[in-house]
Write a protein that binds this ligand. Structure first.
Ligand code: CMC
Length: 429
C-alpha cells in the first residue's frame, strides 16, 4: 500500500494518492481534487510545486546538483559523447549502436539544406532583426513546406522525418539569420563536416575565404550543446508541450519553444550576462557597486547568470562548462577586460552573505556567454545557440506527451475581477 496524503476541508477528509518516481521523488496526485471537492483547485503561480507530467527523459535533483539524460550523468555525456549521439539518446531513449548512429548522422547530414524559397523570407527582415525572432518564424514556416508534418503524430515515418529535418535545418537557419543581419552571402552546409563544424562553417566562412576549424572550439561547442540539450519541464519545454498538447504540429510547437526561450529570465540570460558585463565595464568596472544594486530590493537590477529555479546548491552544468571555458580562453589566448569583470563578479558574489543565504550561484549561462564571446559568436546569437542545443529536449518531450496521449494543457484560475455588472451605453458612462 503506497503513501496517502489526507486533506481536510470544511470538516471532510479527502484521500489523495502519492505518486513515486524511479528516484523516489514524491508527488501528491490531485487530479481528482476538483471533482471530489466540488470545485476546489490548487493555486501555484509559476508552478513552483506543481508537476505537469510524469516523464522518463531527464532526472534532475536541484538540491544535490544531479542531472541525468535517460539515466546517464551529464558529465559522462559531456566528456565522451557527440551532440548527435546525445540527441538520439534523448529522443529515442537509448544510446545508439554504431549502425544506428551512422544512419542518424547520415539522415541529419542529408537534410541540412533549406528550400531555396525560404531565402526570400530572410530578405524581408530588417538587418536589425533579432535572430531569435527570425528563427522562431523560420521554424514555423518550415511547416508550410512540409504539409505532411501537420499530422505527424498519427504517422510515425512522417514524425521521424520531421524530427530529422528539424535537427538538420535549425543550424542552417540560425547561421543564415546571422549572415542576413550582416547582409553577407549565405554559406551553404557542407556534408564533409560534422554537426558542430558545419555550423561554424556556415557562420564564419565566406565565399572568398574558408573558416579555419579549431578542435578546441568544436569540442567546447559540442559540450555546450550537450549541456543545454534537455532540462525537463522548464519554461520553453513546458511551452512546447502545451502547444503540442493541442496537436499543433512539431514545427509550430518548437517555434513557440524558441519564443519562450528568448526571454532574459530563461535562455536570454546568456546574452544578458554579456550586456551586464559591458554595462559594468562602461560604468568604470566597479563590481561592488553593481553587487550592491543587485541586493537592493528597491532596484530591479539582478545579477544575470546567477540563481536558478531548480538548482539551489550548484548547477552541475556550470562546473563542466567553467572548465571548458578556461580551456578555450587559454587556447585562443583571449584577453578581454569583460572576462576580468566576470571573474571578479563571480568571486564577490560567491563570498557575499546575500547570495550565499539565497543559494545564488553562477549558472550555466554565466559561462556559456563568455565562451560564445571568445569564439566569436555575436551576443545576439547566444540564445540561438541555446535553442540549437535544446532542440532534442523539446522534440523528446513533445514525443513523450503525444505517445502518452496526454490531455490538452489547460490550467485553471482563481478569478479576482469585477462581479456581475450590466452594460452601460457609451453616452451614459
Ligand atoms: N540577482 C540578485 N538577486 C536574485 C537573483 C539574481 N540573479 N536571483 C534571485 N535573486 C533573489 C530574489 O530577489 C529573491 O530574494 P528575496 O528572497 O529576498 O525576495 C530570491 O533571490 C529568490 O528569487 P526568485 O526570483 O524567487 O527565484 P526564482 O527561482 O523564482 O528565479 C531565476 C530563478 C533564474 C529567474 C532568478 O534567479 C534570476 O532572475 N536570475 C537571473 C537570470 C538568469 O540568470 N537566468 C538564467 C537561468 S539558467 C538558464 C535556464 O535554465 O533557463
Amino acid at each position: 500500500m503506497g503513501e496517502i496524503a489526507k486533506l481536510e476541508l470544511n470538516g471532510k477528509l479527502y484521500e489523495l494518492p502519492v505518486i513515486e518516481g524511479t528516484e523516489n521523488e514524491k508527488g501528491i496526485d490531485i487530479s481528482s481534487l476538483r471533482a471530489a471537492t466540488g470545485g476546489y483547485i490548487t493555486l501555484d503561480p509559476g508552478f513552483k510545486n506543481t508537476g505537469s507530467t510524469k516523464s522518463a527523459i531527464t532526472y534532475l535533483d536541484g538540491e544535490n546538483g544531479i542531472l541525468r539524460y535517460r539515466g546517464y550523468p551529464i558529465d559522462q555525456l559531456a566528456d565522451n559523447a557527440s551532440f548527435l549521439e546525445v540527441s538520439f539518446l534523448i529522443i529515442y531513449g537509448n544510446l545508439p549502436t554504431k549502425v544506428e548512429l551512422d544512419q542518424f548522422k547520415e539522415s541529419i547530414t542529408n537534410h541540412t539544406l533549406v528550400h531555396e524559397d525560404m531565402k526570400q523570407f530572410f530578405e524581408a527582415y530588417p538587418a536589425k532583426a533579432h535572430p531569435m525572432g527570425v528563427l522562431a518564424s523560420m521554424i514555423c514556416s518550415l511547416s508550410t513546406f512540409y504539409p505532411e508534418s501537420l499530422n505527424e503524430d498519427r504517422a510515425p515515418e512522417a514524425k521521424d522525418l520531421t524530427i530529422h529535418r528539424l535537427i538538420a535545418k535549425l543550424p542552417t537557419l540560425a547561421a543564415w539569420s546571422y549572415k542576413n543581419a550582416r547582409r553577407h552571402p549565405f554559406m551553404y552546409p557542407n556534408n564533409n563536416f560534422d554537426y558542430c563544424e558545419n555550423f561554424l562553417h556556415m557562420m564564419f566562412a565566406m565565399p572568398t575565404s574558408n573558416y579555419e576549424i579549431d578542435s578546441v572550439v568544436v569540442s567546447a561547442l559540442n559540450k555546450l550543446l550537450i549541456l543545454h540539450a534537455e532540462h525537463e519541464q522548464n519554461c520553453s519545454t513546458s511551452t512546447v508541450r502545451i502547444v503540442g498538447s493541442s496537436h499543433a504540429n512539431l514545427y509550430a510547437s518548437v517555434s513557440a519553444g524558441i519564443s519562450a526561450l528568448w526571454g532574459p529570465l530563461h535562455g536570454g540570460a546568456n546574452q544578458a550576462v554579456i550586456e551586464m558585463l559591458e554595462k559594468i565595464s562602461n560604468d568604470g568596472g566597479n563590481v561592488d557597486k553593481w553587487v550592491a544594486k543587485a541586493k537592493d530590493k528597491n532596484d530591479s537590477f539582478r545579477l544575470m547568470g546567477f540563481g536558478h529555479r531548480v538548482y539551489k546548491n550548484f548547477d552541475p552544468r556550470a562546473t563542466i562548462i567553467k572548465k571548458a571555458c578556461d580551456e578555450v580562453l587559454v587556447k585562443l589566448g583571449v584577453n578581454d577586460p569583460l572576462l576580468e569583470i566576470a571573474k571578479k563578479l563571480e568571486k564577490v558574489a560567491l563570498e557575499d552573505e546575500y547570495f550565499k543565504a539565497r543559494n545564488l550561484y553562477p549558472n550555466v549561462d554565466f559561462y556559456s556567454g563568455i565562451i560564445y564571446k571568445a569564439i566569436g559568436i555575436p551576443t545576439e546569437m547566444f540564445t540561438v545557440m541555446f535553442a540549437i542545443g535544446r532542440l532534442p529536449g523539446w522534440i523528446a518531450q513533445w514525443g513523450e506527451m503525444i505517445e502518452n496521449k496526454e490531455p490538452i494543457g489547460r490550467p485553471r484560475q482563481i478569478y479576482t475581477g469585477e462581479n456581475h455588472r450590466d452594460y452601460v451605453p457609451v453616452e451614459k458612462r
